[in-house]
Structure formats: structure tokens, C-alpha cells
Design a binder for this molecule. Sequence first.
Ligand code: MLC
Length: 389
Amino acid sequence: MATVQQIRHAQRSDGPAAVLAIGTANPASCMLQNDYADYYFRVTNSEHHADLKDKLKRICKNSGIERRYVHLDEELLGAHPDFSDRALPTLDARIDMASAAVPELAASAAARAIAEWGRPAADVTHLVFSTYSGGKAPSADLRLASLLGLRPTVSRTILSLNGCSGGGRALQLAKELAENNRGARVLVACSELTLIGFYGPQEGRLDTILGNGIFGDGAGAVIVGADPVDCIERPLFEMAFATQTTIPETENEITTRLMKGGLDFHVSIRVPKLLKSNIERCLIDTFESIGISAEWNDLFWAIHPGGRVILDHVEQLLGLGVEKLAASRRVLREYGNMSAATVIFVLDELRRRRARGEEVAEWGVMMAFGPGITIETMVLHAAGSLKEN
Ligand SMILES: CC(C)(COP(=O)(O)OP(=O)(O)OC[C@H]1O[C@@H](n2cnc3c(N)ncnc32)[C@H](O)[C@@H]1OP(=O)(O)O)[C@@H](O)C(=O)NCCC(=O)NCCSC(=O)CC(=O)O
């Protein structure tokens, strides 16, 4: 009879978990940021809120965003004009729409990740799914498993309403699963659609203006596994160490809540400063835990681009060279803040830059921020095969 220790030893993988493949997807409808305020106030019949329109124009102008993609386009909104009024009971209709569209967008991203991975979808052993756009069970994870043809024994976890830190959390869970289950191949999928909380403007609800100025729709998928199979699997980023930190007494700074009219969303104007005051301590603690003293400019950075000012603060605080946040800034510019999916787009951008021969450091940090305020941090090591992609 084997001992528990022997069983446990046999279960654990030898090497660290690594990102083995990445895929992303966005809905077809593209919104240009320069035109967005005119579009938004027209389609929600809100031209009379001239002051709010001016504010949205200022936010769009300063957002660092050029375009975003949305599922809820003008045609679909035309079929659901009640979505513009947060007082109307539209939650059922929004959940119905999201229940189909969220897993479909995730499936597009995941199919790309699986194709790059080079192994059949049936080899996926675990699925970790994060979305703020759900509201029923069985959830989008089960539908995604069915769309991809994953096997019925796949071990599923859904992270609901984790907001923008959901991508970081899902990747941390994937690391734990891969390192504690020999041979495990974890599919991480984050799929976010703003339709769950899209409203017209309302006096006194500046969150709605901010949300409409920076958030976009997108899905990111990652295959995570340890001990890559020679000649088939190519590690992109090894996941060296991960931490989660909650900033004390900030539970009211970023909040979401399902209401009869959809997802009610609040981001306080203090969020960038709160992050600025806490990020460096969090990074120092993380690196001290693994006994490494790092020069911030010697690392690559995958920071969740929650907003242009957040990136400016991180850059200034850490004294980063202007190129260090280029991947985060490009993702923000091309897609906006896609909540949990965004850090996956940033990882994708980083590996593309490296594949093009651009200088990307050997060691790096991924950080994502969400309700809590929660900071998810992961120390990454760029694997050699990045150069060959
Ligand atoms: C919105 C911005 C792009 C605007 O750029 P600037 O600050 O440079 O420009 P600015 O000072 O002229 O501000 C333009 C207007 O935006 C308003 N404004 C700024 N932040 C706001 C907020 N949180 N809520 C409501 N209004 C806000 C300002 O008061 C100002 O109004 P006026 O012009 O009338 O004075 C930036 O402030 C930014 O990047 N903020 C960070 C956004 C954020 O917190 N993201 C995290 C999302 S949550 C997330 O990522 C996690 C999650 O969801 O889980």
C-alpha cells in the first residue's frame, strides 16, 4: 500500500506551470473612441444631458483608447431599447443574451489557444472561467466545455464578478492546478461583455459615464501546464510565483452588483491613487518572498491597463522607462479595458513583441486589479521558446 506522501509526490508535477498558448477574440462591432460620445448619447436618446456628454468627451479624449469592440451594437440595442434605462427590469434579457454570447466569444479565443497549443481539446483536464457578465447556473464554463468538445471529466471552476482581477486570479488557480496535478492541462478563459451593465447616462451617476468611456468587450484564453511535452508544447512564460493582496478598507472603491436593471458598477475616482500607494509595497513583498531583489527596469511588465492614469501612476512610481508599459498601453489603445480578459491580451502582446525581436526582459511581472481592492501579482519568466514563435 502506498503512503499518502508517496501518492502526493506522484501527483505533483516536476517543473513549474507555464503558459503554453494564448488566444484572444473580440466581437465584430468596432467603436472609435473619437466618435463614441456622439454615438452613445444618440443611441440612448440622451442628447439633453449636454454636460454629461461633454464629460464623456473629456474622458474619451484622455483615455489612451482609440477603439473598442462591443457585442451590444446599435442594431442589437435597437431590438432592446429598454437596456438604455437602468430603472427598467432588463436583467433577465441581459442574462439570456450573455449566456449565449459570453461562452461563444470565449470559444473563439480558446479555439485559437488550442490550435497554437497543438494538442486536441480533449487533452484539457481543467477549465477556469472568469466573467462578470453571467448570472445563472449552469454557467458559461459548461457551455464553453460543450462548444469545445472538452471531455465530461474536465474539472470546471467559474469565477463570477471577480472583475478586472479575474484574469490574474484565474491564472493563479491554473498554476496551482497544473503544479499539483501531474499532466494537468488547464484552459483559462476570461470573457467579458459590457451588455450586462450598459445604460444611458443619468445625472449623479458618473460611474456610468466612466464605464462607457473605458470598457470594451473581449475574451482571452490561455493553456497552462507543467512539464511540457517535447516537440509539441512550447512554454511562453513560466509562472514562478504568485500572490494576492487586498488593500485594507477599500471594499467600497470598486463594486459591482446585479440589480433588476442589470449590473450596477461603481469605480471611485480614488482608485488610481489607492493603487499608486500600494503597488510598490506589494511588489517588494512578492520579490522578498522568493529572495530576489529586482530592479524594476530590468523586468518586463504585464500591468492590467485599467485606465490610462493607472498606467501613468505605475510608470512614474516605479521609475519605469517609457517602453516598459508599451504592451499594456497598446492593448488599452486598441481594445480599452476588457476587465479580466485584458491581462491575457497584454501577455499576448508581450510575446508578439519578443517574437518580432524586440527587447523583452527575461523576468517580468503580471499585475491585475479588481474589487476588494484586490491586487493579483505573478512573477513570470520568459521561456526560451518565445524567441521561436
Ligand atoms: C478616466 C481617465 C481616462 C480620464 O483621464 P484624466 O484623469 O487624465 O482626465 P481628466 O482629469 O480631464 O478627467 C476627465 C473627467 O473624468 C472624470 N473622472 C475620472 N475618473 C472618474 C471616475 N472614477 N468616476 C467618474 N468620473 C471620473 C474626472 O472627474 C473628469 O471630469 P471633469 O472633466 O468634469 O472634471 C483617467 O482618469 C483614468 O484612467 N482613470 C482611471 C480609471 C479607473 O479607475 N479604472 C479602473 C477601472 S476598474 C478596473 O479596472 C477593475 C474592475 O473593474 O474590476
